[in-house]
Ligand binder design. Structure first.
Ligand SMILES: *Cc1c(COP(=O)(O)O)cnc(C)c1O
Length: 371
């Protein structure tokens, strides 16, 4: 379909979230600028405490971004060459890179109807090389953690959680990021807890892991110019930490706003051609994305664009079929559910500060889609 219609409701917009608490962000930015201290200072210290308390973990260590959180997690767990890590096939490619940067091999498992790992398919993928399960709480919904933790215990596997999309999502009363050995977070601007640049964090209850991450992220150095291990430079900076503290202080209300928008979508969207997202019993969804599914995905995308409504596909090419992972040797058809999702999912507009009018326009457009 050809159209020159302007997108008036983008899939995401970050300015509204800034303006909602503009004065607090600007005051904090000026405070940090005037402090004369920009790396590993008070803001990071305070943010780490506040975020650890928010998720209910003992320790939090800021790092430079979500991908660093993932690969540093596997590095400090000693998982690398010759080891296998189980992960859902329908994830953002960063989850997989977190595994392969250390030389470990990803072992893919198909997702369930909630777009998270199908726990009934994990055990048959376990070999004597399997060292860990990487759980991704995709789109903001907590994964089915009870069976995952059971399987991990039975087979003596580590559990790492990719919480880049699940800040504050809960499974049976426990927050994502606190089930496994390590929880990995991204604060990329579009995430639910978004910075104004890159940022990430690792949470854990294990004091040794916390210490290893703290040293590793800062050139392997505990004391200036004394280097214990070959580490990296991956630090959350003072500006981002300060601004994240402001956002975190509002996160419960911001998540509530997203839940309100998505509940309205769920109640009012009604189109036989489109499958709406659903929530697993015992899990909460913090709605990083509102993802619908239809066999007529590309038509729906074009139709919404013709009405000025932007959408994004999360994600069009599953990692096992991406050029980057051709070396793993997978062919089309290797993971049919994952591939079907890649061909049929569509993320509708969702952002803090979305007006009732914008929400209504999206609902009306989705309901009026025909083939
Ligand atoms: C965003 C994201 C990451 C990577 O985070 P960055 O901060 O962009 O490096 C990892 N995993 C998932 C599932 C993500 O959505």
């Amino acid at each position: 379909m050809m159209n020159n219609t302007q997108i008036t409701i983008p899939q995401n917009r970050l300015d509204r979230g800034f303006f909602a608490h503009q004065k607090e962000y600007e005051d904090k930015a000026i405070e940090v600028l005037r402090s004369g201290w920009y790396i590993l200072g008070r803001e990071v210290e305070e943010f780490q405490k506040e975020f650890a308390s928010f998720v209910g973990a003992k320790y939090c260590l800021g790092v430079a971004n979500g991908l660093d959180a993932l690969w540093i997690a596997f590095r400090v767990l000693g998982i690398g060459k010759g080891d296998e890590v189980i992960v859902q096939a329908n994830t953002y490619i960063a989850s997989v890179m977190g595994i392969t940067i250390n030389g470990a091999t990803p072992v893919f498992v198909e997702p369930d109807e909630y777009y998270n790992i199908d726990t009934s398919k994990i055990e048959k993928k376990i070999t004597e090389r399997t060292k860990a399960i990487l759980v991704v709480h995709l789109y903001g919904q907590a994964s089915n953690m009870a069976p995952i933790m059971q399987i991990a215990k039975k087979h003596n596997l580590r559990v790492v959680e990719d919480c880049a999309q699940s800040h504050g999502a809960v499974f049976e009363g426990k927050t994502t990021g606190t089930f496994g050995d390590i929880g990995c977070f991204s604060f990329y601007p579009s995430k639910n807890l978004g910075a104004f640049g890159d940022g990430g964090a690792i949470v854990t209850d294990d004091p040794q892991i916390a210490e290893d991450v703290r040293v590793f992220r800062n050139y392997g150095s505990e004391k200036r110019y004394y280097n214990k291990v070959v580490g990296t430079n991956s630090r959350l900076d003072e500006m981002q930490a300060g601004l994240l503290r402001v956002r975190l202080s509002h996160l419960t209300e911001l998540t509530g706003e997203r839940i309100g928008i998505c509940n309205s979508y769920l109640e009012n969207m009604n189109n036989d051609l489109i499958t709406l997202p659903s929530i697993r019993e015992g899990a909460t969804h913090i709605w990083h994305q509102f993802v619908v599914r239809t066999e007529h995905r590309d038509d729906l995308k074009d139709y919404l664009a013709s009405k000025g409504i932007g959408t994004i596909i999360h994600y069009p090419i599953p990692p096992h079929l991406s050029e980057a992972y051709r070396y793993l040797g997978f062919k089309k058809g290797a993971f049919p559910i994952t591939e079907k999702y890649a061909d049929s999912v569509l993320s509708l507009p969702l952002y803090n500060g979305m007006t009732e009018e914008e929400r209504g326009a999206v609902i009306e457009a989705v309901n009026s889609f025909k083939i």
